[in-house]
Design a protein around this ligand. Structure first.
Ligand SMILES: NC(=O)c1ccc[n+]([C@@H]2O[C@H](COP(=O)([O-])OP(=O)(O)OC[C@H]3O[C@@H](n4cnc5c(N)ncnc54)[C@H](OP(=O)(O)O)[C@@H]3O)[C@@H](O)[C@H]2O)c1
Length: 320
């Protein structure tokens, strides 16, 4: 608990990360002000408001791994000095390119503004954030992380050589960096790396009822993982609490409890020769089963979780 009650402002407080961070800050004794969005002004608007107020002690910017490693040739290890290649992003326009571009430009603009105006500014770079959640819709990062279950193939490339951090570890890292007087610069916040094969193997063993695939196009068993090093954060005294298995289990269990995942899925090979009909059995959880808008698809199509999350998926991936 903090000894005196300070007020902290959390933007994006209705989101997956923001809502959990507000919960942890309140538990720690902070007063929290949550902002609603202003689509006209992004991070620079927030920084200008902080500068004008003259009462803001420190700004913590939630950056993204997408500002770090989007480039043609992947390194084995990424650190805080690395920045994504904007020319590469613009030329390839890969899945998620607008997100990578806007996050990178936003963080660079924020650094320039902070330096010009003498603001105490820190950025934290999470990799894929997973774990339990208190929001009412499926968090976009869980759509990606659990894509081997839902067969949402558009997301496989993101977790082909993925890195992960538990939501609670990430929120604790935000608070840790806020409280460390000598924190400075960018901080990678990532506790585990894994290929899509090892993620899928774990889910297949723990949840055989999902019939998770064991092979993926273009992925062989020798594929190595890519590391995002959190050495700078750990050297400052931070420690991660959660294992990768805990992150995945808590993600899956929360999605099941909230009805965002069915309790089982058939082996996709049964759809090989026919479009599924209402006779194809999909088990529903009593009382909180598959939502009406989750539909089984043909083998090559993903199970689509619709709701607020449609905007995250390319239109060609929709099968309903
Ligand atoms: N989840 C991850 O794996 C991950 C990984 C790396 C970095 N991050 C970063 O973490 C932050 C939060 O991510 P999340 O997963 O919690 O996403 P989320 O669940 O989609 O929440 C995003 C929050 O930001 C608000 N927002 C969106 N656009 C805004 C704008 N232009 N101005 C002000 N507020 C805006 C949203 O408000 P509405 O409710 O009005 O839409 C929502 O409250 C993002 O900056 C993201 O880049 C996330």
């Amino acid at each position: 608990m903090v000894s005196h009650k300070e007020t902290v402002c959390v933007t994006g407080a209705s989101g997956f990360i923001g809502s959990w961070l507000v919960m942890r800050l309140l538990e720690r004794g902070y007063f929290v002000r949550a902002t609603v969005r202003d689509p006209v002004n992004g991070v620079l608007g927030i920084m200008k408001a902080c500068d004008k107020a003259k009462t803001v002690r420190r700004i913590i910017f939630t950056s993204s791994a997408g500002t770090v490693n989007v480039e043609e040739h992947q390194k084995n290890v990424y650190v805080e000095n690395d920045w994504s290649d904007l020319d590469f992003i613009m030329s390839k326009k890969m899945t998620g390119w607008m997100y990578f571009l806007s996050k990178t430009l936003a963080e660079k603009a924020a650094w320039d503004y902070a330096k010009e105006n003498g603001l105490d500014f820190i950025s934290i770079i999470p990799t894929l954030v997973i774990g339990p959640f208190i929001t009412t819709s499926m968090p976009p990062s869980l759509i990606t992380a659990l894509s081997p279950i839902t067969r949402n193939e558009a997301h496989y490339s993101i977790i082909r050589q993925g890195q992960y951090v538990h939501l609670d570890d990430l929120c604790n890292a935000h608070i840790f960096l806020y409280e460390q007087a000598d924190a400075k610069g960018r901080y990678v916040c990532s506790s585990h790396d894994a290929t899509i094969l090892s993620i899928s193997e774990f889910i297949r063993k723990k949840y055989p009822e999902y019939n998770v695939p064991s092979t993926f196009e273009g992925v062989d068993e020798n594929l190595e993982s890519i590391v995002f090093s959190s050495k700078k954060l750990i050297d400052m005294g931070f420690s991660f609490k959660y294992s990768l298995e805990e992150m995945l289990v808590e993600s899956i269990e929360t999605c099941r409890q909230k009805g965002f995942l069915p309790v089982s899925l058939p082996d996709p090979s049964i759809f090989e020769d026919k479009v599924p009909t209402s006779d194809d059995k999909i088990e529903h959880k009593t009382g909180a089963g598959l939502p009406d808008d989750v539909v089984p698809c043909k083998k090559t199509e993903p199970v689509v979780i619709r709701e607020k999350t449609d905007a995250c998926m390319p239109a060609e991936q929709m099968c309903a």
